[in-house]
Each structure stands twice: as structure tokens, then as C-alpha cells.
Design a protein around this ligand. Sequence first.
Ligand code: BYC
Length: 336
Amino acid sequence: MYTQAMDVMAREAGGKPQPVKSAETLAREAAFEARIDAGDFIEAKDWMPDHYRKTLVRQISQHAHSEIVGMLPEGNWITRAPTLKRKAILLAKVQDEGGHGLYLYAAAETLGTSRDEMTAALLSGKAKYSSIFNYPALTWADIGVIGWLVDGAAIMNQVPLCRCSYAPYARAMIRVCREESFHQRQGYESLLTMMTKGTAQQKAMVQDAVNRWWWPSLMMFGPADKDSPNSEQSIRWGIKRVTNDQLRQKFVDATIPQAEILGVTVPDPDLKWNEVRQSYDFGVIDWAEFWRVVGGEGPCNRERLAARNKAWDDGAWVRDAALAHARKQASKQDAA
Ligand code: BYC
């Protein structure tokens, strides 16, 4: 007998029919799908299909890695911030990104994957992190543009994740989004200052940074829906609430009016307002570049991985000391 559940399994396994599942597993799967359809949130202790668990570990750990690697391009400018105020803001922002990484690793750990396993996957180059962090931050204007465009794109993508069907991820995202919102505003405010009070040279620096970060920011949303292998299932399970292309369009529509206020242009000759759709049409993304960067061949991929590996090696004594302290405390408690 060929059941509907077997169809699902066959799709998951690339078309090959799989062995029949037990009646108990089928009942659990049906109950799980019914909870998802009813808009229920799934907690760590609840039963879930393996593929749901794996998809979440993949997405949440990639997200955590992105936050941690994302500290590098901006961290590089902390010592060179132009004023004490800008330095304090940047320091707080980079610290926030570290915090986001920690909430997200903790959320992924609730699914049964250890932090050590996730870290090992990042350090070996096996795990993905956002393509955007493989581009260099060349000038101070890049710091403003990262806040405005990169954090802006991140918020667009992450606000719907506050309603992700997996509750521990959704809860982490609520806090992350509050902080990202401050990050976006500080970036925009810093650019506005340069564009309204800056010299011609500073204004040109902002425009140059926008020219370099615009297309990579649009790539952050992932491949076009038609080329996104994970989207359909993730949307069906309420892991992703909005598709890659829909989010990208929302980002362009929200950002172009902000660019006009700033007095900068985006490097897209095909950008134009579409009266019928009440939305912007924009040019074709260079997907070959996107896949090159995702595949490890971006301008800074090697540098980023080397920096994370060095940080891990340099931090070995801290981890050893913390472990020795914890062991000592535990043996004291045992003796008492
Ligand atoms: N970069 O089927 P798809 C931040 C991969 S951090 C690299 O559409 P999915 C911030 C994708 O993983 C920003 N890889 O996948 C931090 C998949 O490969 P695998 C990070 C990408 O998961 C510091 C393949 O391409 N935000 O905000 O349904 C400072 C096919 O894609 C990218 C998050 O991680 C990419 N851009 O959708 C400032 C948000 N795009 O895994 C800011 C959470 C796709 O099958 N993540 N790939 O080997 C998501 O929302 C989704 O995972 C994505 C991709 C929309 C990114």
C-alpha cells in the first residue's frame, strides 16, 4: 500500500520510495503536521520528525555562525572609530552580535547538537555562514553601510523568524531583533551625519561603500525561490514564514526611499518603480558570484576562517581553566 506519508518520505529522499514506517511513527507525524497546521509552537521536549530537527539545526547553527563571523569585519574598525561616541556604539554592537551567536547556539543545542560539534563544523569550513561576511570593510563608511544595509536585510529576514514554529528559536529571535533594530538605526544615523555634515570626500566614501555592499546585501536573502531547495518544506513547517524572494523585494522597497533621503544611489541601472505592482523592479543578481562566495571563494573567506581558528586556539587556556574550575566545584559539592 502506498500511503501519503510514503510520498512525503519519497520526496525527502529524492524520489526513491522508502521502507514503510511504523504505525506509531506515522501517527506521530500526522499529529505533528496537525499541530503545525493549527499554528502551534513546538518545544524542545516535543516529538518532531528527524528532517524538521535537522533543518532547524542547519539553519540555527548557520545563523549563529553568521553572528560570530559577522563580528570580524566591524570589529576590525573598533580601534579606528573616528570619535569616542562612535567607538562606544560600535563596541556595543559587536558585543551584541557575540550575544546573538550565544543565544542561537543555545537554541540549536536544545535540538540535541552540541556546541562543540557546531564549532568544529565552522572551524573546519564544513558549516556555512552568511555570504555577506566574506566581503571586506574597507573604510569607516562601510561600518555605517553595514549597519544600514546588512543589519537592515537581517531584520527583514529575522522579524518573521520571531514566529518560527520552533519556540526556542522564535524566543531567541525576539531579543535579537530588538537589538538588530538599534544596529540598523545607528548605521543609518552615522551615514546621515556623513551625508549632511561631511566633506565631499566623506560623501564620496559613503557612495563607494553603498556601491560595494548593495548587491551582496541582496544576496543575503539566499537563492531565488525557484532555486532554493529548502524553502518549500521550511515554509510548510513554519520554520521560514516568508520566502527568500518576497523578503528581498520587501527589503528593496523599504530601502530605496531611505537611500533617497540619504542622497545616495544604488548601483542598479534597472531599478525603477513599478506602478502596477506598487513595488520596485530591480536588476538581475550575479548568482555565480553568490555561489562562489558560498562555496568558499569570496574575497575574505580564508581570512575569516583563519581568524576564527586563531581565536579558538588562543582561547584554549580559558576553556581549560573554566573546566578545571567547574570540576573543582563539582568535587567540593560531592565531598560536602
Ligand atoms: N549565505 O534553500 P535555501 C546577521 C545556503 S547574520 C550563505 O534558500 P534556507 C548579522 C543555504 O544555507 C545573517 N549561504 O536555504 C550578523 C543552503 O545551503 P545548505 C544571517 C546561504 O536555509 C552580524 C543553500 O544556500 N541570517 O544578521 O531555506 C552583523 C540553499 O538556500 C545564503 C540568518 O542566518 C547566504 N546568504 O534559506 C550584522 C537568518 N543563503 O544549508 C548582521 C536565518 C542561502 O542546504 N537563516 N544559503 O547547505 C535563514 O533565514 C535562511 O537559512 C536563509 C537561507 C534565508 C539564509
